[in-house]
Design a protein around this ligand. Structure first.
Ligand code: B16
Ligand code: MG
Length: 216
């Protein structure tokens, strides 16, 4: 049977990390907390709740649960203003081409993302039809590096983990894929994603031959 292919969203299909950065920085600055690209790096693949907890810890700040909810909502509204401007042109290089190729070859395809906005983002970029299953931040109880998100995705695709391949840009996501016993393909820096079975800077670095090897 065909290998099941699971894609992370942010950092793999689209670079929404820059929008998360802008929205979290606004919020952190409002709370008087410094926030740079370096901090943002540590929020990749991390849930919304956990992200705010981390920011507060960096700033040695505490919030009432009411304020916590309020700030999360504010961040998300701010973030969605950027998301609403996304178009197909924002799909990362060669991703569309590979989705099309996998679809042609009748591979089962899933999304495995920590984001609660995943469906909205896919729709915005007109990519929804490529996915036979979507598992996102609304469906998982245990965040990456827990393998839950990818195991659920494989289950929905009726594939066993050994027959699944995961494309991920975050350390937590690569660890989740490894824990799920799936083939992990890191998209990013080798120095960061060294635990992955393969690492490529981006999809343009994966030749046709290698892409076929990985997905077959
Ligand atoms: P939301 P992924 C993750 O998406 C992002 O990498 C992470 O930075 C973000 O905090 C998380 O989604 C939650 O996103 O606030 O939209 O629910 O990489 O797992 O696709
Ligand atoms: Mg990601």
């Amino acid at each position: 049977s065909k290998k099941a292919i699971i894609f992370d969203l942010d950092g793999v299909i689209v670079d929404t990390a820059k929008f998360h950065f802008l929205a979290w920085r606004d919020l952190a600055n409002k709370l008087g907390i410094d926030f740079t690209e370096k901090e943002n790096e540590q929020l990749k693949g991390v849930s919304r709740v956990r992200s705010l907890e981390k920011i507060l810890a960096w700033g040695n700040k505490e919030l009432s649960s009411e304020d916590f909810e309020q700030y999360m909502q504010e961040k998300n509204e701010n973030y969605l203003k950027y998301v609403d401007q996304l178009t197909q042109a924002d799909i990362l290089p060669d991703v569309h081409k590979r989705l099309e190729e996998l679809k042609q070859k009748q591979h089962p395809i899933a999304l495995g993302s920590a984001s609660k906005n995943a469906r909205r983002i896919l729709k915005q970029m007109q990519l929804t039809h490529y996915f036979d299953a979507i598992v996102d931040g609304n469906e998982v109880t245990k965040a990456k590096p827990d393998p839950e998100v990818f195991l659920k995705a494989a289950e929905l695709l009726k594939a066993s983990p050994e027959d699944a391949v995961v494309f991920e840009d975050s350390v937590a996501g690569v660890q989740a894929a490894n824990q799920a016993q799936m083939l992990s393909v890191g998209i990013g820096e080798k120095s960061v994603l060294g635990e992955a079975d393969y690492v490529f800077k981006d999809f343009t670095e994966i030749s046709d031959k290698v892409f076929q090897q990985i997905t077959n």
